[in-house]
Ligand binder design. Structure first.
Ligand SMILES: Cc1cc2nc3c(=O)[nH]c(=O)nc-3n(C[C@H](O)[C@H](O)[C@H](O)COP(=O)(O)OP(=O)(O)OC[C@H]3O[C@@H](n4cnc5c(N)ncnc54)[C@H](O)[C@@H]3O)c2cc1C
Length: 291
């Protein structure tokens, strides 16, 4: 097996163009499991750890954050927890401290597992994935168009993930995950919510309850039409939101849970996260925290 070690982004793109079959490795928390279990023997590994650009995040001129694919969860939590609270909550549930030290959102996107914890908050927060190839340059892919199937994404063989872009939260964001225990667990299912008060809109993301992470679009449209932003949360609106979120899932039975349980749990988490977010919004706590 060849081990390719570019030191710049340009070198990394050139290496991927030259060897599209080379498997990128960042934190290695997915790649090394596959190698150790002999599930996969790639002809080449493309180690991205020396590419300094990938480990940086910046605030862009349009106000959005551009977070390099190689920024590990532990830094996302410490450095961006206030600005990306939903994603940081999800990051806190990933694996163990060791996994969060090494694992990255870039790797989560690269693996494109329906159970990956970063996907629901990326969807709820309207993230855009920045990918690049030597031949065709940069492509900006909205998160909702990135996931194509079970462990399949819109990434082409000669492309690498450079970063994701996301606006800092303008309202409360929450993530909820059901697992068979509290830590070191793959989601049975998960749900993320992001309030966008300026646009009077609510974003959602469903995890591990469909072939891909997905938004609960009908539930979002329902809230856009029915939510009174100046009043207490109407129990009937809350209940209908839960029903529509559950209906957006198309789960399967597997070792972690049944389809019925997952659908039910999505409805419960949708109601819970909306209640948490709404209470935070109405109390003015979010504005005080955001400064
Ligand atoms: C014990 C354990 C517990 C875990 N718990 C969780 C959990 O709770 N929640 C969860 O979501 N995940 C979990 N995972 C899975 C894994 O930690 C995450 O998916 C993590 O985000 C992967 O990041 P990484 O940087 O380690 O990726 P890597 O293993 O380096 O790569 C993962 C995939 O992405 C590709 N890739 C990496 N970087 C790029 C790039 N820049 N461009 C293109 N492709 C790229 C790789 O080729 C590979 O296909 C766990 C793993 C282990 C071993």
């Amino acid at each position: 097996m060849d081990f390719l070690r570019p030191t710049t982004w340009a070198e990394a793109l050139a290496a991927k163009a030259d060897r599209p079959e080379a498997v990128p490795i960042q934190g290695g928390t997915d790649v090394m499991v596959e190698l150790n279990f002999d599930l996969h023997r790639p002809a080449a590994l493309l180690d991205l750890n020396r590419v300094a650009e990938l480990a940086e995040w910046t605030c862009e001129e349009d106000g959005r954050l551009r977070v390099g694919a190689g920024v590990p969860y532990v830094r996302l939590i410490a450095e961006l927890g206030n600005r990306l609270p939903g994603l940081a909550q999800a990051a806190r549930t990933v694996g163990s401290p060791q996994i969060r030290n090494r694992g990255t959102v870039g790797g989560n996107l690269g693996a494109a597992s329906p159970a990956g914890d970063s996907h629901p908050p990326l969807l709820a927060g309207d993230a855009v994935i920045e990918v690049e190839s030597a031949a065709r340059g940069v492509r900006m892919i909205p998160a909702a168009e990135f996931y194509l199937g079970v462990k399949r994404s819109a990434l082409e063989p000669d492309e690498l993930i450079r970063a994701f872009r996301m606006s800092p939260a303008t309202g409360p964001q929450y993530f909820s995950k059901v697992g068979t225990r509290n830590a070191m667990v793959i989601a049975v299912c998960s749900f993320a919510i992001a309030l966008h008060p300026v646009e009077r809109r609510v974003g959602t993301g469903i995890g591990s309850a469909a072939p891909t992470p997905r938004r609960a679009l009908a539930a979002e449209e329902f809230l856009a039409a029915e939510l009174d932003w100046d009043a207490r949360l109407d129990p009937a609106v809350l209940a209908r939101f839960g029903e529509l979120a559950a209906a957006a899932a198309s789960p399967i039975d597997d070792v972690r849970g049944t389809a019925d349980y997952r659908r039910h749990a999505i409805g419960v988490m949708a109601r819970r996260t909306l209640t948490w977010a709404w209470n935070e919004f109405r109390s003015g706590h979010f504005e005080r925290r955001a400064g």
